[in-house]
Design a protein around this ligand. Structure first.
Ligand code: ZN
Ligand code: ZN
Length: 370
């Protein structure tokens, strides 16, 4: 629990008037219209109000002074001006624009945008793809065509809010009178009210519907790429346009290829003789067609070959990235007898000292068929 006295910047023995004065000064200072950092202002503002709630109430203040804690809010009518969570929320939201309700006027409303996360393979990102997706969204009710009124009847202007969709209540606070605006509870902000609501959408004009569509994924997309499909989001209300659908792409890890931007990386094994003598090896590619890679005689393990233009395409076209193939010299785990003889002869020519096999192994080999 914070020290409420230092939050308000007053002495422990401060009078009620001092506390009120300190609170007003701080509340104005952290008003979002003057504060540069809204996030930190919001946090301060909450803290200041919490401190004032306690210290402005003689009972709570004496409890806090004695025990350093706050008594339960049960009983005596709550916590003053910011007492109920809802009441506090209303004022708070008015300052920081937290809710859509208060300033919204009845009229056409655009539907919400939707997000769909789609996982694709690296091959699909390489070639481009078409994927069918299915999702739930709120769309115009097919029974009442979005009016919310039962067919044959019509919605009329809401008598509670006069068609504005906004309910106003006035509240007295230490900062003065605040008019709190909220969504009209009768029409739900629609401004219109159907006496005989449509049974399909219960008067909302929209119902949850499943939509299926094909997403065209261009070649070259990467993790986090976003595809916007206009008007495929939620349907608007009162004739407003639909929102958009955003498809966020995730690209699955490939078991062999690694991607960095437009470049692809691949590790392949080559034999000791290919490394020493040179030769051509076949390299798999994301295109599906194997590529020929010429290994230069004397290639060291860990060397990388760059195959220009064999990497990922760019979404906006133009040149492709490269494919970088790192070769690793693989040492045979087992040798046939003849292979061993040749290698021993090679070692002798090089003057390499090699492990001499035991007498028993020689005997064993002598009985083995070639
Ligand atoms: Zn309907
Ligand atoms: Zn209303």
């Amino acid at each position: 629990m914070p020290d409420y006295y230092s939050v308000l910047g007053v002495e422990r023995g401060a009078s009620e008037a001092d506390i009120k004065r300190a609170y007003r000064g701080l509340a104005r200072k952290f008003h979002p219209d003057v504060a540069d950092d809204k996030i930190s202002a919001e946090r301060h503002f909450k803290e200041i109000n919490e401190a004032y709630e306690i210290l402005s109430d003689p009972l709570k203040r004496s409890h806090y002074d004695r025990f350093g804690s706050v008594p339960n809010s049960s009983g005596a009518g709550g916590f003053g001006p910011f007492a109920s969570p809802e009441g506090f929320g209303d004022i708070f939201d008015m300052f920081f624009g937290g809710r859509a309700g208060p300033t919204r006027a009845a009229g056409p409303q655009r539907g919400a945008d939707l997000r769909y996360d789609l996982q694709i393979t690296l091959e699909e990102a390489y070639r481009g793809a078409e994927r069918e997706i299915s999702f739930q969204h709120l769309a115009g009710c097919e029974i009442c065509h979005g009016s919310g009124a039962r067919p044959g009847t019509s919605a009329s202007r809401c008598d509670r809010c006069g068609g504005s969709g906004v309910a106003r209540t006035s509240r007295q606070t230490p900062l003065g009178a605040f008019v709190t605006q909220s969504t009209c509870p009768k029409c739900g902000g629609e401004g219109e009210f159907a006496a005989a609501p449509c049974e399909s959408c219960r008067g909302h004009g929209r119902t949850e519907q499943t939509r299926t569509l094909t997403v065209k994924i261009p070649a070259g997309v990467d993790e986090g790429s976003r595809i916007r499909i206009a008007s495929a989001g939620e349907g608007g209300t009162r004739g407003g346009p639909a929102g958009d659908l955003y498809v966020y792409l995730g690209v699955a890890q490939h078991p062999r290829f690694r991607r960095e931007g437009a470049d692809l990386f691949l590790d392949i094994p080559i034999s000791f003789t290919q490394a020493a003598l040179g030769g051509t090896v076949s390299v798999e590619s994301l295109e599906g067609q194997p590529l020929d890679l010429a290994i230069v005689a004397g290639t060291q393990t860990g060397s990388a070959y760059r195959l220009r233009g064999r990497g990922m395409p760019h979404v906006r076209g133009g040149s492709r990235g490269d494919l970088l193939v790192t070769v690793h010299v693989a040492v045979p785990a087992k040798l046939a007898r003849r292979e061993r003889e040749l290698l021993e002869e090679y070692a002798e020519l090089r003057g390499d000292k090699i492990e001499d096999r035991s007498f028993f192994e020689r005997v064993k080999d002598a009985f083995k068929a070639d």
